[in-house]
Design a protein around this ligand. Sequence first.
Ligand SMILES: *[C@@H]1O[C@H](CO)[C@@H](O)[C@H](O)[C@H]1NC(C)=O
Ligand SMILES: *[C@@H]1O[C@H](CO)[C@@H](O)[C@H](O)[C@H]1NC(C)=O
Ligand SMILES: *[C@@H]1O[C@H](CO)[C@@H](O)[C@H](O)[C@H]1NC(C)=O
Ligand SMILES: *[C@@H]1O[C@H](CO)[C@@H](O)[C@H](O)[C@H]1NC(C)=O
Ligand SMILES: *[C@@H]1O[C@H](CO)[C@@H](O)[C@H](O)[C@H]1NC(C)=O
Ligand SMILES: *[C@@H]1O[C@H](CO)[C@@H](O)[C@H](O)[C@H]1NC(C)=O
Ligand SMILES: *[C@@H]1O[C@H](CO)[C@@H](O)[C@H](O)[C@H]1NC(C)=O
Length: 880
Amino acid sequence: MRRPLALLLVAAASVAVSAQIAWTPIFLDGSSQVDLWTQSSSGCACPGEGGEECACCVRDGACPCGDIAPARCSQCGLEQYCANMCNITIDSRILKAKSGKSFGQIKSPSMEGPGSCSYFLQPDAGQRVELQLYRLVSVGKFNGTSCVGGWIQLSSASAVRTDSVAETRLCGANERYTPPVVLFADHGAALLEFRIIEKTVRSQFLAFFSFTSLSNTQGVGFHPSGGSRIPHTDCDWLYQDVSCRGPNACILASPGYPGLYPPHRKCRYLFATNSVHTRVKIIFTSILLPRNHCTWDYLTLRAGSSPSAPLLASLCSERMATLEHPGPNLLLEFKSGPLVPPYDYNGFIAKLEFIERLDSSGAPPTVLPASPPLAALTHLLDNGDAALDALGSNEVFANSGGRIGCGAIVRGYGPGGLRSGHFDTRATTWRTQCTVHLIGAATDVVQVSLFNYNLRLQGCRSHIEILEGLHEFSSRERDRSEKGDRALLKVCGPAAREARDPSGRFLIRQAVTSKGANLTIMVRRALSQNAEEEEFVDGAFAFHDEQHEGTASPDATCASTHYGLAAPAHGGVSAPSHHHIFWNIEERLLCTHRFIPASNQSVTVEIQRLDRMWSAEPTGTTGASGCRTACGDAGCECRAQTPLHYHDHVALVAGDGTHLSCLCGDFQAAWLPVVVRSWTSVRLEYSVAHYTYASRGFDYAAAYSFNDDAMCGQRTFTTHSGEISSKNVSVTGSLNEFFYQQCTWVLDSNVERQLFIDITSEQDKSCGSWNITLHEWSGAGAHSDAGLSGAAGDLLYTFCARHKNHTYTLPWRLNTLVIRLVALSRQQPLYTIRWRSQVVRANNRLGPPTPVPAASAAGNGLTISYILYCVLYCILQYAL
Ligand SMILES: *[C@@H]1O[C@H](CO)[C@@H](O)[C@H](O)[C@H]1NC(C)=O
Ligand SMILES: *[C@@H]1O[C@H](CO)[C@@H](O)[C@H](O)[C@H]1NC(C)=O
Ligand SMILES: *[C@@H]1O[C@H](CO)[C@@H](O)[C@H](O)[C@H]1NC(C)=O
Ligand SMILES: *[C@@H]1O[C@H](CO)[C@@H](O)[C@H](O)[C@H]1NC(C)=O
Ligand SMILES: *[C@@H]1O[C@H](CO)[C@@H](O)[C@H](O)[C@H]1NC(C)=O
Ligand SMILES: *[C@@H]1O[C@H](CO)[C@@H](O)[C@H](O)[C@H]1NC(C)=O
Ligand SMILES: *[C@@H]1O[C@H](CO)[C@@H](O)[C@H](O)[C@H]1NC(C)=O
C-alpha cells in the first residue's frame, strides 16, 4: 500500500512578491520534498514489482519515473524525460490533461559544453508563458554588456529572428536566485534555449515554468488595457482619451511586466487626446529599473508625438511618479539597455487618466498683442455690444480666463483683444440655442475650425451653422431673408465628429474663412441635455488681419497673398502665431506668403531672424543626416539626403517653382540677412517637418518691401532705333543678397524692316547667372497673367555677359522681336541693348531683302523659312 500523503497543497491562488517583482508561487508540499514532484527518494513500492525501493511521489499530478530513475518522480506527462530533460515540447493543454497542472519544473541535464537544449512552451488561449529561473551552473558569464560562453534565452517562438532585436539572455557561473529571475513571454509559444558555446565540465540550470492565466488579477496576469498596438512596431502603443473612459481603463507597462524586460528596446507609448481641454495624467504605480544604469534604462515624456519633441520629464531612479500635461499628444518612451545581473528589476507599470478641464489655465493660451485700436470702430462696436449684452451674452477677454462657450462675444482687437482661441459649448451651462460671436477689426477676416461635435436630433433639428456677420436666434430668420445670407458651413444632426480616427490620426480639417470681419457660430440643440450623450461642439478660431498679414487664402490651412498695389509698401512676416487653429495638425505644416509686385515694381524679401531648424526622422530611413544650407552665387540651397519636406526650412520660391533661396538646419546667424529682390512674384515658404501643438515649429522674421523701381522700364518700343540699359538699384550690402529679374521687351514695327541688335556688358559673369535671349513673337500670351513674358516664341539667340559685345542681325521682315532678360545672381546684371532698323518701303516689288547672315546660329532654319515665305510672297506680289 502506498503511504497516504496528507499534506498536499495546490499552487496557491495568491502571488509571490519581492519588492515589485511578482511571480506565480509554485509548490506542492512542505519543505522536505526532494523536488517538486518527488516526496522522498525511496520508501514506496516500485511500479510492477514489489519492494519499497522506489521514490514516493507527491499525490497530485506526479508519476514515478520508473526504471530510468527509480529514485525520482516527475510530472505526469513528462515521465519519459526524467533522465534527460532536453529538446522537449511542453504543451499547456496536454500537461493539464495528464497532470492537472498548468505549471511545472525544468531541470536541464548536466551538460558538458559545448552543447545545447531547447524547450518549446506552448500556452493555451488566455495564457502567458512565465519562467522562474532559480539556478545556473557554468552557464557563461556577463562581460559588462552581454553574455559570453553560454546563456539561457527566452524568446517568442513565432518571431522572425532578426539581428536587430536583442534577445533576452541570462548567464552566470554559479548563481542561486532567491527570489527567482522572472520572465514572461506574451506572443504565443515561447522558446527557451539553453546554450553553452565554450568548453565546460558540467553546465546546468533549474527553472519553474507556468502557463499563467491572463485573468489573474494579482499582477502576474498583467496585460495592457485600453490601448492599441501600433502595427509593424516592436512594442509601440497608442492610447486615446476616447478609449480610456473610467478608472483603470487604460493601463500600460514595460514588455514582460511584472517580469524582467527585454534588452535594447525602445518602446513608445503615444497618448492622444481628442479634446483641446483634456490633460493626460500618467500615474506610475511602480518603476523598477537597474540601479546606477540611468544612461541605459530610462523613461522620457515628450510634448508631441515625435521623439524629437520637447522633453517634459525623464524618469529612472524614481520608484513612483505622477505626471500631468496637456495634450493633444504626449509621447512616453521607455528605453532599455543590456540586461544586467542579478536581473532583479522589472520596468514600470502606469495607469492613465484623461482629465477634462474646461478652464483655460491648463491649455497654453496664445494671446497676441491686439491690432492697433481703431477709434472709430471701437465706438461703433460699443454701441453694438449694448444690444448683444441685452441678450445675455458674456464678453470674453484675453485676461478673463478665456472660457469661450455659449453666449461668448470675442473681440479680436483693442485692449484685451483675443486674436485666437478655443471654444467649447460645454464651457457654459446648457442652452438650447447657443451662439458664439466673433468680432474682428475692420481689416480682419475670421477663420473657424471644428474639432469635435455631437448632434443628436434628426432632420437637422440639432445643427451647427457658421454665418457671416453677427446674428441672434430671435432675429436670424428675418435677417437672413433680408440679407440673403447663407451659412458658410452647416452641419445637420444627427452627426458626430471626433478629431481623430481610431488609429490616432487627426481627421482632415473642417474649417471656414469669413469674407468680413464678423462671424457667428450658432448651435441649436435639444431642449435639455442627455446624460449619456451630450450635444456639443468644440473648435478654434483666429482673426487674420488681411492688411498686415496678407489676403488669406480661403481653402488653404496657412496661406496668404500680398499684392504690391494693395498691401502696405513695407511690412513684416513671421511664423504663424494663431496656434489654436492648428491644434489638430500633427504632420508637416506649410505656411506661405506670396508677394506679387505690380508690373513696375519689385519686391525685396529679407529673412532677418531664424531659429535653429530641425529634421524629422523619416520612418524607414536610417542615417538621414539632416539638412545643411549652402550659399553660392545663385542663392542659398538646402542640401539633404532625404526629401526636403522632412526638414524644417524657409524657402523663397519664384512663380515658376525655382528655389531662389532655401535655408535649413543650423543656419548661422552671421550669414543673415538673406535677401532676395525679385521683379516677379515670389513665395516665402515656412515648412515645419513635424508640427505639433506643443512644439509649434521654429521662429523666423522676415521683412518685405515693394519697390517702385520700374526696373524693366518701358516694355514695348515702336521706334526703329533705341537703347535699353540697366539701372542701378540700391543694394542692402548683405553678403547673401540675390537678384531675381525677368524682363521682357517687345520691339514692334508696323513696317517691314531688318533689325540689328547690339548687346554689351562689362560684367564677367557666367551664362547661368544672367543672360539675354532674343525670341520670335509668339503672338499669344500678351494678355495673359504673365504679361509680356508669354509673348516670347522660338528662341533665336542667347547673349551671355562673357560675350562682352555682340551684334545680332535678325532675319528680314521679323518685324516684332521679343527680348528677355533672366537673372539670378548676387550682382544685378549690367548691360546695354541697342537696336537699329533698316526699313524697306512696303509693297516694293523690287526691294531686295538682305539675306540672313549664314554665320548666325539660328540662321539656317530662318533662311529656309524666309525662302519659303518669299516664294509665297513673291508669287502673290507677282499675281497682283
Ligand atoms: C538538442 O537539439 C539541438 C538542435 O536540434 C542539438 O544540436 C542538440 O545536440 C540536442 N541536444 C541533445 C542533448 O540532444
Ligand atoms: C562582450 O562581448 C560582446 C560579444 O562577444 C562583445 O561584442 C563585447 O565587446 C564584449 N564587451 C566587453 C566589455 O568585453
Ligand atoms: C462687425 O460688428 C460690429 C459690431 O456690431 C460692427 O460695428 C461692424 O461694422 C461689423 N463689421 C463688419 C465688417 O461688418
Ligand atoms: C506703376 O503702375 C501703376 C499702375 O499699374 C501706376 O498707378 C503707378 O503710377 C506706376 N508707378 C510708377 C512709379 O510708374
Ligand atoms: C552703378 O553702380 C556701380 C557700383 O555701385 C557704379 O560703379 C556704377 O557707376 C553705377 N552706374 C550708374 C549708371 O549709375
Ligand atoms: C539664363 O539665366 C538663368 C537665370 O540665371 C538661368 O537659370 C539659365 O540657365 C540661363 N540660361 C543659360 C542658357 O545659361
Ligand atoms: C561693340 O562692337 C562694335 C562693332 O562690332 C563696336 O562698334 C562697338 O564700339 C563695340 N562696343 C563696345 C562697348 O565695345
